[in-house]
Design a protein around this ligand. Structure first.
Ligand code: GLY
Ligand code: MN
Ligand code: MN
Length: 368
């Protein structure tokens, strides 16, 4: 992980003596901790990573993850693991940071309580915000990250292709969500990368709907948005279907979203500003009779988190870079009726992009 440590330091605007990433209690864990320390399993609550400008890393691991920590350290000669109880941890941090006067922290993920503890361990230090540097480093993925993201996306795609075969009248949203998560785990996921969204009928008009007890009825449109974690890396895929009797409007909505997504794909290559991807999709939707019904940005980066720190929308000028991995997810939302969203994961290549997700995207009517 030396290259990743050096990558983060390279993006810092102020020279610092160390970068400290400190986890609190789940869910207040900093995914960047795992960017620098590739532990195969575990939460690492209360654990602290101290990265040095030469690329070396000291990790104070929680006693609950001693084995995982040692596995990670064994495969990386630039990592030193210290496992100890809380009192010893404080003494070790004091010792390791003794000579450091300017220290970077990931303000975006560190809790205030976590900061106060660090401030007590290293009083008088001058703290610097590393949020942008960490985000910038994580934005372009290395080969190992892309391989894991590809596998996470394959798991999502496999399950996406199986959904039509699972649908039956009376199925509840929560049951379909559980089925999706079970199938992803069976296909190799360590768990869902976020809470699965399954929305029947009018619920599909709410992009981040929480599934409930609603039962599937003929005539419903269906939105399923889900993703897998594979070795800590996330996928994020949405597929929309129609159940039973044809609805000409929803079919046309689906075809418009597909066309919007294709237009967005066509813009993707290094150097293009992020807003161009969004605007390409938005233009297609706004030229249709559903003008204004795209109600969110068309994508976000994925990586160690499903929302990995970077979004694109109509005002984002950041240029796309080779190695970025993000979603392309236009949708049309019709309150009281339903919605269609199609979401895929892509990696930016030297000359364009490559799909990570592959499940069929076209309009699928499932017989009731
Ligand atoms: N799964 C939430 C999203 O697509 O952003
Ligand atoms: Mn998404
Ligand atoms: Mn999604």
């Amino acid at each position: 992980m030396k290259a990743r440590v050096k990558k983060v330091f390279g993006f810092l605007e102020t020279p610092v003596d160390a970068l400290v990433l400190a986890n609190s209690v789940d869910p207040h864990l900093d995914r960047s901790f795992f960017y620098l320390f590739d532990a195969p399993s575990g939460l690492f609550e209360g654990s602290i990573a101290i990265a040095h400008p030469d690329g070396e890393l000291d990790v104070l691991a929680s006693p609950l993850e001693t084995e995982s920590a040692h596995v990670a350290a064994k495969s990386d000669p630039h990592v030193r693991v210290h496992t100890a109880g809380r009192d010893e941890t404080e003494a070790t941090v004091k010792k390791l940071l003794g000579g450091a006067s300017t220290i970077a922290l990931n303000y975006a993920e560190l809790t205030h309580a976590g900061f106060l503890q660090l401030d007590k361990m290293r009083p008088g230090a001058s703290w610097v915000d590393a949020t942008k540097a960490v985000r910038r480093a994580r934005a372009t993925k290395d080969a190992e990250e892309i391989a894991r993201l590809r596998r996470a996306a394959e798991i999502g795609s496999t399950v996406g292709g199986e959904i039509p075969g699972v649908l039956r009248p009376g199925l509840r949203e929560v049951e379909l969500a559980s089925e999706i998560e079970y199938r992803m785990n069976r296909a190799g996921a360590s768990g869902p990368s976020f809470s699965t969204i399954v929305a029947f009928g009018a619920h599909g008009a709410e992009p981040h709907y929480t599934p409930g007890d609603t039962r599937l009825e003929p005539g419903n449109s269906i939105v399923c948005d889900f993703g897998a974690y594979y070795r800590r890396y996330a996928s994020d895929i949405t597929r929309s279907f129609h159940f039973g009797t044809r609805d000409a409007e929803m079919k046309a909505v689906h075809e418009t979203v597909e066309a919007a997504q294709r237009a967005a794909f066509d813009t993707i290559r290094p150097g293009v500003s992020a807003k161009e991807v969004h605007l390409a999709a938005e233009r297609v939707i706004d030229a249709s009779r559903w003008k204004g019904r795209l109600i969110h940005g068309v994508g976000h980066s994925i990586g160690l988190a499903v929302h990995d720190g970077w979004y694109y929308g109509p005002k984002i000028d950041d240029p796309l870079e080779e190695g970025m991995v993000f979603t392309v997810e236009p949708g049309i939302y019709l309150p009281g009726k339903g919605g269609v969203r199609i979401e895929d994961d892509v990696v930016v290549t030297k000359s364009g992009y490559e799909f990570l997700t592959t499940a069929p995207r076209q309009y699928i009517e499932v017989a009731a």
